[in-house]
Design a protein around this ligand. Sequence first.
Ligand SMILES: [Mg+2]
Length: 110
Amino acid sequence: MSGGDDRERYAMGLMVEEMGETLKLIGKALRFGIDAPGPNNAEYQGRTARQMIPLEVGDLHAALRFAAMVGVFSMGDANASEAAKIDKLLNPQSKDAQGNRLAPDVGYSA
Ligand SMILES: [Mg+2]
């Protein structure tokens, strides 16, 4: 295995781990409430999911940026995809399969 493959494998592993930590946190927010105090353990220290989400999302952003740095994907391509997705979500003409507006109006326009 080349050094590049090792870096990509590491980066993809980190992405999966941080996605998992973010998924776990969002699961707790959905089960117990986003503002419910979390367990008083080393991980949560009694903090709510709302307080923890920026920490885990930050970890995930770092993992994604690291993966782009080692060549797993193009951050430019990801940024273009992100912009297109936001445009779609903000567009009142975007509909779901039932013909309802795709996403709630958040007061921004594309
Ligand atoms: Mg994390």
